[in-house]
Write a protein that binds this ligand. Structure first.
Ligand code: FES
Length: 110
């Protein structure tokens, strides 16, 4: 397991993006804090495989209840990453395995 960040960092920001290296390959991911839980996804929209955000660390819609792609406005449930509105309904964001240990978010794997 690899340390990603401290919980406070996400709780304060709501969403935050990171660049990680998995098996020697760089990946962009983001973490969302929602209803006292943490969720991790790759920062790739299933519609055209573009990054979801245009502004740093901005991944949620205006109501902060859904993940929103800035490109063509797809909206995804925070809890499972399923697209429920926009051009790729039924497709999903790719989850990133995270674990909470003490006051830290850890990435599973190497
Ligand atoms: S690239 Fe995300 S909605 Fe089109």
């Amino acid at each position: 397991m690899t340390l990603l960040c401290k919980l406070d960092e996400i709780i304060e920001a709501g969403t935050k993006e990171y660049r990680i290296t998995v098996s020697g390959i760089e990946q962009d991911i983001f973490i969302v804090y929602h209803n006292h839980k943490f969720y991790g996804y790759k920062n790739i929209c299933p519609h055209h495989e573009l990054s979801l955000n245009w502004m740093p660390d901005m991944f949620l819609d205006y109501e902060r209840s859904l993940i929103q792609c800035s490109n063509h406005d797809a909206k995804f449930r925070i809890e499972d990453g399923e697209c429920i509105a926009g051009p790729c309904i039924g497709e999903r964001l790719t989850p990133v395995a995270i674990s909470i240990i003490d006051d830290k978010i850890m990435l599973a794997g190497d």
